[in-house]
Design a protein around this ligand. Structure first.
Ligand code: ZN
Length: 69
């Protein structure tokens, strides 16, 4: 079984509105609470405007087995 490491954060264009708003996990779409962790930067450009945002993830998605922190 291959463990996915360094999971990529989707581009802004592929995020749900909840993920863009930071209220839902960027990967599985689960509603987030105070346990949410920073998933990384989702990159996106609107013309010349950099619309990249920091997105959040639920702890299960953010934790890759065998990977420290
Ligand atoms: Zn998740």
């Amino acid at each position: 079984m291959t463990v996915t490491r360094d999971r990529q954060v989707p581009a802004v264009f592929y995020l749900s509105s909840g993920a863009r708003n930071g209220t839902h996990c960027v990967w599985c779409g689960t509603g987030l609470d105070e346990t949410a962790v920073t998933a990384g930067i989702s990159h996106g450009y609107w013309g010349a405007h950099n619309r990249s945002i920091t997105v959040l993830a639920c702890p299960p998605c953010a934790t890759t087995p065998g990977e420290a922190s």
